[in-house]
Design a protein around this ligand. Structure first.
Ligand SMILES: Cc1cc2nc3c(=O)[nH]c(=O)nc-3n(C[C@H](O)[C@H](O)[C@H](O)COP(=O)(O)O)c2cc1C
Length: 317
């Protein structure tokens, strides 16, 4: 039974950057490939949207193994943005995703502003893409490897140029590895971002004490999963107050209550990543849980709880 048959009175739809989502739960970039493997476990049509693995102009092999290690309540990955490249994606991966009614959001990255812009321009000419999620967590090779996403003025310049390169909705995916997330969020909003999504992974490290070596060949990796949820949630809440464009929240969402925390903090939608490795059908259960929560409390729409955070001393519903 679908969510709508079970909860006919509850409207779960949201609109972000002009993209209409039947529910606010998306699959996060890098944790669902290009949808094919995931489709064996869950009906892609039941997702609010699907965000592809990060795509670059040329194919990338990623980092050498080991590139994943389990950590307390999470995982550390150093996949290194392995992907098939834009030509192969458009020719052989996108056609599969296009057969569903679910909006496809393409996660994009480059090593220079020129690469980002050329990629976004190419994708703009292709049918079946609802929007672009611009991952700004990449090092800018032209400027000595400094991350675009950790410097407000570099982030601003990048998104300003990407804005000129595409008419598609732009969602900027923010790195949490910064001191002031509101500053970065405002800088990309001013540059023309239609929405922001956060957080990407937190930089972390694991050492094998037997060998005295880092477990990951890349030495450091990105931490995701429940371990980061309170950190990501705090950053989402701060971002909601800093910008007026829609905010998409993610980081450690495993069930409906986790997703609801982000919505109550002000996120208009959420993404589910690491949970897919534990239960690939997690997004479906999360959609059900949100609908049940809304119905029990007499809300007619998920939009009624967006940002309904009460402060200590205020009456909760
Ligand atoms: C194995 C793996 C690969 C990822 N690849 C990408 C990627 O290509 N682009 C991107 O923007 N984020 C990528 N991410 C980050 C996730 O989309 C998400 O922001 C992060 O994992 C936090 O959410 P979670 O705790 O629900 O996993 C990746 C995460 C994991 C675990």
């Amino acid at each position: 039974m679908t969510q709508h048959e079970q909860h006919p009175a509850v409207d779960l739809s949201v609109t972000i950057a002009g993209i209409h989502l039947k529910n606010p739960v998306m699959a996060a970039s890098g944790t669902c490939g290009y949808g094919e493997e995931l489709s064996a476990f869950l009906d892609i049509n039941a997702l609010g949207a699907i965000v592809t693995k990060g795509i670059s102009l040329s194919p990338a092999a990623g980092n050498p193994p080991p590139r994943i290690v389990e950590t307390p309540s999470g995982m550390l990955n150093a996949i290194g943005l392995q992907n098939v490249g834009v030509e192969e994606f458009v020719a052989h991966k996108l056609p599969f995703l296009r057969q569903f009614q679910t909006p496809v959001i393409v996660n994009c990255f480059g090593r220079t502003t020129g690469e980002y812009c050329a990629l976004c321009q190419k994708l703009s000419a292709v049918e079946g893409i609802a929007g672009l999620e611009i991952n700004i967590s990449c090092p800018n090779v032209k400027e000595g490897g400094m991350c675009f996403g950790t410097d407000p003025s570099r982030a601003h310049q990048l998104i300003r140029d990407v804005r000129k390169a595409t008419a598609l909705p732009i969602i900027v995916k923010l790195s949490p590895n910064v001191t002031d997330i509101g500053l970065i969020a405002r800088s990309v909003e001013e540059a023309g971002a239609d929405a922001v999504s956060l957080t990407n992974t937190f930089t972390g490290m694991v050492i094998d004490v037997e060998t005295c070596q880092p477990v990951l060949a890349n030495i450091t990796g990105g931490l995701s999963g429940p371990a980061i949820r309170p950190l990501s949630l705090r950053m989402v809440w701060e971002t909601v107050q800093a910008v007026s464009v829609p905010v998409i929240g993610m980081g450690g969402i495993m069930d409906g209550a986790d997703a609801l925390q982000y919505l109550i903090a002000g996120a208009r939608a959420v993404q589910v990543g690491t949970a897919l490795f534990v239960r690939p059908d997690a997004p479906l259960r999360i959609v059900e849980d949100i609908a049940t929560y809304l119905q029990k409390r007499g809300f007619r729409s998920v939009r009624d709880i967006t940002g309904c955070l009460k402060f200590p001393g205020e009456q909760g519903q």
